[in-house]
Design a protein around this ligand. Structure first.
Ligand code: PLP
Length: 422
């Protein structure tokens, strides 16, 4: 649970200062509670890997060793295997991004790319611009490099460009090291950056000479609406991070980065220092999976499943959640973001929710500065629709207890109604 035990640490005073701000991820902390069978997990963004046929994966893994054992069990190049980079080039072409294999480096998931991007760009105090709220794993990865992360609020069309422009005007040209965005079905907010705002973001990036880092794990998981081209399709200067975690399986720990050549050269140096090279075994396995299986069918069925679970969550919220709550309507991905009256503290409420048999991630985990306390992230990707319904019902019950008090205060005139409104 979120309440970490305070343990006497005799090593205190020896750690590097850069670890001062690195916090444990709330999702990882919830792992224990979320895996109890009586608890419905609406916290972790875990793909439904049970839909990926294990016999197929066993076949491709067997093939990797039987036919490519000499390379699969050996060290490989830091850039990653050419064959897998060819697969990535094809996958990216389908989204509207034209690349050559030498513009791609394979990573240990998008998470490693986030860490190494921060490592090559950030000195303590450097400004990074991100959406508010933003991916907590990015905040965690960046925090070791001690940046000043400025969060730009979003609405239903993603990051607000008027607020971004105002921030950039305050900072001036090159006033931030990069702008970090998750344009599709954002984690945690679930919203998508509109095509018009993508163009505006790139204009601002050029005007202020601040590169964009586009993190796109969910782009292929759309169950409603039309595809919007990635920022990288509109501007080759964009640094783009992709991953196999959501289109295949996170257990392989495979992702990729594409970036302008000089950035990629620095990135490869950082990757060499971090791990010499990625797992050749995982790469050969993935190559075979994409070359010799019906992976598109699996992905289609996965996306359909996520769509059904999103529907289950939205209708349960509609039915059970209090009128004071607002939530987003994602067209893909894994998450719904809920905003509650401002006096509610979802971190303080979590223990009670776990007692009621449901977990979520408190909103302040997705900000670097304590904002978001009245919000929560709900993941619809993992639980079956009936469990989602039941989870939302339990959560609504826990909320209702707290809201009684709030409504009584409003009725007595002790707080103005709009103060607590979401
Ligand atoms: C926005 C975002 N970026 C990066 C990652 C990390 O993914 P990977 O498994 O590729 O490391 C995640 C994982 O959930 C994510 O949501």
């Amino acid at each position: 649970m979120g309440t970490a035990r305070v343990v006497f640490d005799k090593w205190e005073g020896r750690y590097a200062q850069r670890m001062d701000d690195v916090r444990s991820s709330a999702v990882r902390d919830l792992f224990g509670a979320a895996s109890r069978p009586d608890v419905i997990s609406l916290s972790g963004g875990m793909p439904e890997v049970s839909r990926v046929p294990t016999h197929t994966v066993a076949d491709v893994a067997h093939w990797a060793v039987a036919h490519k054992g000499a390379v699969a069990l050996q060290y490989g190049s830091s850039e990653g295997r050419r064959e897998l980079r060819d697969v990535i080039v094809e996958l990216m072409a389908e989204t509207g991004v034209r690349l050559k294999a030498d513009e791609v480096v394979v990573t240990a998931g998008a998470q490693q790319a986030l860490d190494l991007i921060a490592k090559i760009f950030l000195d303590p105090g450097d400004v990074v611009i991100a959406e508010g709220p933003t991916y907590l794993g990015a905040l965690q990865a960046f925090s070791a490099y001690q940046p000043d992360v400025r969060c730009i609020p979003m609405d239903d069309d993603g990051m607000r460009m008027d607020l971004l422009e105002a921030e950039l005007e305050r900072l001036g040209p090159r006033g931030a090291k990069f702008i970090y965005t998750i344009p599709n079905f954002q984690n945690p907010a679930g919203v998508t950056l509109s095509a018009e705002r993508r163009r505006r973001l790139l204009e601002l990036s050029r005007e202020y000479d601040i590169p964009v880092v586009e993190d796109d794990p969910y782009g292929r998981l759309r169950f409603e609406g039309g595809h919007i081209k990635p920022l990288r399709a509109l501007d080759p200067e964009v640094i783009y991070l992709g991953t196999f975690s959501k289109v295949f399986a996170p257990g392989l720990r495979l992702g990729w980065i594409t970036a302008p050549k000089p950035v990629l050269a620095k990135f490869i140096l950082a990757k060499q220092a971090a791990d010499l090279c990625g797992s050749a075994f995982a790469q050969v396995t993935a190559e075979r999976y994409f070359a010799a299986t019906r992976w598109r069918r699996v992905l289609q069925s996965l996306t359909k499943t996520y769509g059904e679970r999103r529907d289950a969550m939205l209708s349960a919220l509609e039915e059970h959640f209090p009128p004071e709550a607002r939530w987003t309507h994602p067209e893909g991905g894994f998450f719904v973001w809920v905003e509650l009256p401002s006096f509610l503290d979802t971190g303080a409420m979590l223990a009670e929710a776990v007692e009621c048999g449901v977990t979520y991630v408190p909103g302040d985990s997705f900000y670097p500065d304590g904002r978001g306390r009245n919000c929560m992230r709900l993941a619809f990707c993992y639980a079956e629709p009936e469990r989602i319904e039941e989870g939302i019902r339990r959560l609504a019950e826990a909320l209702d207890d707290r809201l009684h008090l709030y409504r009584a205060f409003i009725a007595a005139g002790a707080i103005p109604a709009e103060e607590g409104a979401a």
